[in-house]
Ligand binder design. Structure first.
Ligand code: 6GU
Length: 248
């Protein structure tokens, strides 16, 4: 996969040399090029922003340098923005299937909207809070996307069961020692009974998702729930997906 990143703070992307992303880059699975937007300015001050039409506080990024940069780089355009559609694991999977992604990092009050329209960009948000700019959001999205590329994660099994893989949060995990500061590991995990362990993990996933992310539980396809799942939720007094509360 080819990735281009355009920013007025290219130094933000130094961490992309590290760890598994760094390894994927040196192995050739991933090619990342970071660019300074100011390289596409033509004035002596290398100006990237101007005052907003219609007034208001702050500055807006001028379309000219962005247009020249994106003409040159190409790729599927992603624009991080708190006004974007939510970034999800599903979106990470779909972006991981692209051959060439280009991220345009806005600062100030954002980029002139005509840039997104001209290049058919997708505006994407990490969540309901505001960052100074898109740089950190791009680091987050790239980590989520590149770990899905074939050959980046050593163990493909770890993708299958992780949080959000099936619309549920993952069960808690434990390692040695069995007892730590007076806390022991749940007995079932040392029982050697694989069926019971799988069932316990499934129960923990459901209960955790119900407690922390009732929105995810409500969005589950009822067909993915077995009898034991439904009994568990009912015994815990939790809403069962597909069993709508009677309306009148
Ligand atoms: Cl993607 N960008 C910025 N600037 N702020 C954000 C965001 C993105 N997601 C949440 N807040």
């Amino acid at each position: 996969m080819r990735v281009d990143i355009v920013s007025v703070f290219p130094e933000y992307f130094a961490p992309l040399d590290l760890s598994l992303i760094g390894k994927a880059r040196s192995s050739g699975v991933l090619s990342i090029n970071v660019h300074d937007l100011r390289d596409w300015t033509h004035d002596v001050h290398r100006t990237v922003d101007d005052t907003p039409y219609g007034g208001g506080p702050g500055m807006v990024m001028r379309p000219g340098p962005w247009g020249d940069a994106l003409d040159q780089l190409g790729g599927t355009l992603i624009v991080p923005s708190p006004a974007g559609v939510p970034f999800t694991q599903k979106m990470a999977h779909s972006l991981a299937a692209e051959a060439h992604l280009t991220f345009a990092c806005g600062r100030y009050e954002g980029i002139d909207q005509r840039v997104v329209e001209e290049f058919g960009g997708l505006e994407v948000s990490l969540g309901d809070y505001v960052l100074f700019g898109g740089e950190v959001a791009v680091l987050v999205m790239l980590e989520a996307i590149t770990r899905l590329l074939p050959g980046v994660l050593g163990n493909a099994d770890s993708l299958a069961d992780e949080s959000h893989a099936h619309g549920l949060l993952e069960a808690p995990m434990y390692t040695k020692p069995f007892e730590w500061r007076g806390h022991t590991v749940p007995d079932v995990l040392v029982s050697g009974h694989h069926g019971k362990i799988a069932r316990w993990r499934r129960d923990q996933s459901l209960l955790r998702t119900a407690a922390r992310r009732p929105d995810l539980l409500a969005a589950l396809d009822p067909a993915t729930l077995d009898k034991r799942d439904i009994a568990l939720l009912r015994e815990a007094g939790l809403p069962v997906p597909g069993e709508g509360v009677a309306e009148w």
